[in-house]
Structures are given as C-alpha cells and as structure tokens.
Design a protein around this ligand. Sequence first.
Ligand SMILES: [Zn+2]
Length: 698
Amino acid sequence: MTRRILVTSALPYANGSIHLGHLLEYIQTDIWVAFQKMQGNEVYYVCADDTHGTPVMLRAEKEGITPEALIARVSEEHQRDFSGFSVRFDHYHSTNAPENKTLCENIYRSLRSNELIEKREVEQFYDPVKAMFLPDRFIKGECPKCGAKDQYGDSCEACGATYQPTELKNAYSSVSGAAPIRKSSEHYFFKLSDARCEAFLRQWTQGEDRLQPEAANKMKEWLGEEGSAKLADWDISRDAPYFGFEIPDAPGKYFYVWLDAPVGYLASFTALAQGLKLNTDDFFKADSPCEMVHFIGKDILYFHALFWPAMLKFSGMRTPTRINAHGFLTVDGAKMSKSRGTFITADSYLQQGMNPEWLRYYFAAKLNSTMEDLDLNFQDFTARVNSDLVGKFVNIASRSAGFLSKRFDGVLADVTQNPLLQTIKTGAPAIAGFYEQREFGKAIREIMALTDQVNAYVDQNKPWELARQTGQDTQLQEVCTVCLEAFRLLSIYLKPVLPALVAKVEALFNITSLNWSDLGRSLGAGHRVSPFTHLMQRVEASQIAALIQANTDTLLAAAPTEKTQGKNTQKSSEKKAEKPKPAEQAAPAHIGIEEFAKVDLRMGKVLECKRVEGSTKLLQLSVDLGEAEPRNIFSGISAHYSPEQMTGKMVIVVANLAPRKMKFGISQGMVLCASPNDDTSLFVLTADSGALPGMKVS
Ligand SMILES: [Zn+2]
C-alpha cells in the first residue's frame, strides 16, 4: 500500500547561516525522504524559515531594514545552501505567512474554547530606555552563585549555574545598557498542567513507537509521578514591540515565536497543497491515516514531544506519527568552534569546491537511529570518501566501462543468470529495512560489503588481462557487463544518499531514473551505455586545510564572551551571533609573502600581568612593544599560566590586530600561543635571549 507521508525538518532561525551542524539534520531527513520516494510512497518534505521573535526584530533594526527585508534575504541564503547539498524540499515556506497566521489563530481559538488558555499577570524585566520587555537572553549581570560578571540571564558560563534572570545581581539590558526595571504585564498561557493534557501526554509519549526509547524515557522523567503535576503552564504571549502575529482579541499581545514555529510545518504544507490541489484535511484531521514525521535535534525535544502534540490534540487535529531526534555534530571530537575553524558554514564548504556528496556519504555512513552525537573526523572523512566511495564503488565503473565502450561500442552482454548479481539483489530487504529505521550506517556497511564482493570478482576475472588476450572477447564483454550491472544495482542502493552521483550513473546507462523497483529488472543484452566519464574526485588534504582556514576567525579566539554553540541545530538559542559573510571568510590554501607581511608581529615584554575578575579564562597583560605606552592585552591563557609565570616574559604579539572591545576593556593585540586541537594544553611562544621589545618578527 502506498504510504502518504508528510515529513519535516526543524525550521532554521532567520538570524544566521546554515552550518554543518544544521546539515546533519537536513541531509538525514533528505535521505529518508528520497528512500521513501524511491519506494513509490507519496511523500511531501516541507520546511520553512522560522522568522519571528525579538532577535530578528533587533537585528533588522540594527541593519536599518525591515524585519521582512531581513527574513527575505536570509531565506534566499538558506535555500541556496540547502540546494547546494541536494536537500530537496517539496516546499520551503516562511512562518511569516498568511497560512501560518490563520492556522495559529485557529489553533489558539480551539484551545481557548477548550478552556486551556489562561491570562495571568507576569512580572518581567523591562528596558525603560528601549521601552520593551527583555527576553532572558538580552539581560546580563552578575552570577548569583559565583559573582562572575556579564553572565546571561539564564546560566553562568563561569560556574555553570542555571537560574532565573530575576536572580542576577546588577542586571543590565544588553540592548540599551540600561538597568532593567521590574514591570508586570498580562500574559497568555497554554495550560499544560491541565489534567487532560497530563493524561494525554502520559499515554501519547509512551505509545506506538512515536518517540525513540531514550526520548520516551526522558519524557517519563519530565512528566514525573502520576498526579505530581510536574508540567508547568506555557507562556505563549509576548508584549509589543515584537515581530510576530498578534493574538486574536488581545491587542498588543503577540504569539511567542515558539508557538508559531511548529505550526509553520502545517503552513508550509498548506501552501504546497494549494499548488498540488491536495486536501490538507486528509493530512491534518484527527483520524488521518497519513503519517506526519518530524526530524529534530534533541535540544528541541521538549517542544516537539510535549507542547506540540498537546496543542494539536486539544485543537482537534492529528498528532505526529513519529518524532525522530538526532544528536549534535562535533568536529574532530570537540564542539564546533569558531576559534579552531570547525564552525563550518555550508557556504564555505561549497566555496572550497568540496563535493557536497562527500559529506552526505560521510553522514550517512555514521548515522544511526539514536540521539547520540555524531563526530565529523576529517581523517576518517577523507579515508571513507577516498577508499570506500571512490576507491571501491566508483572504481567498479572505471575498471569496466572503458573496455565496453572501446571494444564493444558500449553494448552489454546477457548476464541475467550471474550469481554475483543475484547476491547483490538479495541484499535489498535488509538495506531497505535499515533506511526505513534510519540506520543509515548499517545500510552503508551492507552496501560496502556487497561492493567488496564486486571488487573481488573484478580481481579474479582481471578484465585488463582478458583485454590483452586474443579470443577472449566474449568473456571480456561478459565480465565487464557483470561489473556494470553490479554497479547499477549498487547505485540504486546508494541513490538516496548520492543523488548527484547517481544522476551521472543514470546518464552513463542512458536510463531515466533509477528506482527501487529497478532492482528486479536487468538492462538486458544489447542495451548500450554511454562512454565513461569521470564520476567523482578524491578528497585532497589541502582542501580540508583550506576549509578550516576559511572558517577560522582569529579575532574570536580571544573572545570568551562568545557563547560556544554546542547546540548546533537551530534555535534553542535566541542568541545566535551573526557569522562573517562568506566573502570575508574565503581564503586560498596558500598565501603569498605580501599577505604574510600584512601581519605585524612584534616582540613584547610582559611588564605586568593579573587575573581578570569574573573570567576563568583571561589574563590581563601590560605589554611593552617598544612604543610610547605599553599595550593592554587580554589573553585566554589563564588555565595554563599564572600571572607570576607571565610577568617578565618575552612574547610575540600581533601588533596590528584591530583593537577588540571586550566586556573587561579593550584588547590591543594578541599573544601568540601553540596548542593542540583539543586545547588541553597551551604554550606561549617566545624568542631566544637577546630579542628586545618592539623587534619585528618575520
Ligand atoms: Zn557563576
């Protein structure tokens, strides 16, 4: 029976670039969708930009444009990046769209008539200069636990404590700098603590394989003991000024961005359905036989497994069939980091001329159905692409197709009874099962094991030797045909992962579009293939080096104020920092001596050094560079050097680095250090005795 499936990926926030952490989710979803489509299922893969909220409003204001102009520009960038990696949405929408407004209003009205909406006075921080209520992320102050300065309103980077913004000492608004005042206002709540919601969620989160086992357990924990009423009501309104949808019958009150974001899934599908003349009700009604499958990062599980199904259920709609949560992406074993160049944007990857299918293959080879983090290890990446994908798979075609073209005009022999081809076909149910369960790594292992068998066949039959012998033409044509047929079958298995490569394979075979059902057909004797053209390059080490260099932001290396983004899906963060434009990032693999000469490196003598109150990372140095005044430099070396060790030391300073304003003052240079990739140790660079302050380093 044909399944009808609506599939979504989480909506990227319209306040930053797509990076490899995002792509882990979109590529995973795209592979699953492509597999389902190859099975002949009716699948709709939709997504949208998540556009509302304070960060977008403030950023647009800062850029001097309207929020609409900002989100239009970002949407274009996002869609360009997605299509660069062959992420093939059936529709890409925006949450700032009329379909979404209507759906939000309808859902809200249904919840209200079910008596699940309540008004309540809430006292919050208010910026009296900017005349707006402040989200937690926009309030900073001293940590109530350890006293560290300039900490965010929800957690302390110095001691790791979490707290309410009201607990901060000496709080200030990061928008205007003003001391926020306490002000109360009427807020709208979705009564998640209602006994009906609790009962529903207890049953829903544990049933019918809707959540992965570890996610279902997490929900059990969050829901607590029966009758303990652990769920808090959810504040779904924000006061003007706010970029979003105004709540019906509540002037000046807006839906919180997190309410209208998941509704954006339905809005995007609604817009698609209009074009395709589909009835959305078939998919949205409470007893819909269609599936609705969400792919998300584990950081937004709470929203998707509690708020979202409850919202849908009590507005009379269907609930998700399944929620597939994945872990975060780490790079070379660590959180993605701007200072190490591992916070890699989608655009910079493509700008380096790297093949997007390398990444798709690598992710697929490592993905499973759990919420474990996935590590992008560049050595492993290079090895898997070069030895497995190119060396084993692509090589099958390059070792056999040439002989067929040159000697037999591309015409295939009759090999329907060949046992190797039968073996490859018998792998289909297992491989399909792995794709269905999102055990892509297992699918790839299975496919590569079959690929090994084909290569063993090539080695045994040695087409290159047959080609030298006389009277072996029939044998040569048969061996090469077996290889190419095997290659075609393996291409079917790999097509969900490698759409662009397999498109070239389809062109090689002069066939339109490979589907799963083509496993049961053979091309037959007499079918003609095109001359072989090169299918895929190998990864070069220099490309990886250039990619990391292009993403290295040396300024940020000395900036502990930057929140490291472990949560590399999307927007648990109402805090995303803007990333540099790709044009500024792109750097060639080599630089000329003139480029190097632009960096003014000078010897410096540390006159004074002290700890920085409120920072566990920084030391403050006063450094003599032979200038009229010593320089004030903050350096993130406190974990490795004491002020005593640094005082009197000769160091190498980047003297012409733009002064950087940090929360503790202005830093007028950077001290050079050596450190391994994992930052477990660090060594300040110095010079042999005799070097004097101000000497040029070259
Ligand atoms: Zn603290």
